[in-house]
Write a protein that binds this ligand. Sequence first.
Ligand SMILES: [Zn+2]
Length: 199
Amino acid sequence: MQYPLPIAHLIDAYMKLPGIGEKTATRLAFYTMDMPQEDVEDFSKALIQVKKDIHQCPICGNITEKDICDICSNPNRDQTTIMVVEQPKDVMAFEDMGEYSGLYHVLHGVLSPMDGIGPEEINIKSLITRLQKHDEVKEVILALNSTPEGESTAMYISKLIKPAGIKVTRLAAGLSVGSDIEYANSITLKRAVQGRTTL
Ligand SMILES: [Zn+2]
């Protein structure tokens, strides 16, 4: 039996979310139908609002609802250090750690030739331009995950910026191979930052 079209559409919509298969999507769709009208309206508004109000900071690529994100616009942050991360969630993880006071640059991914992701597809060019414009930057910390893609991305970026005389470091090997920065605890992250090594 086919579901009525509006339900089928909702199931399809839920299936676009990561980790949600047809079974879960169907369960969520039926759950949604039983929700109070007001809750469903709040939910749909929240979806639209997040797309409307959140954008990437033009300087660092982090997500923000302001023109320039809070970190880039804070003059008290250490302007001589930029930490390069894969995702906005990594910024949150390092901020929760509370020990890092420099700036960030969010790549929004890593190089992955197999998936067709080259340097143009992630935020590398803007990092280079940023470094050319701001010669006060003395150190770039590559805080990428220890996956093969993370490693090769770190190597690629390091080769690009080292000739400019900027110190390039990477996190100490406190994070286990393949572990995600977003899931690492504060102590592990703190150790990884403190024990960073020069590339
Ligand atoms: Zn920013």
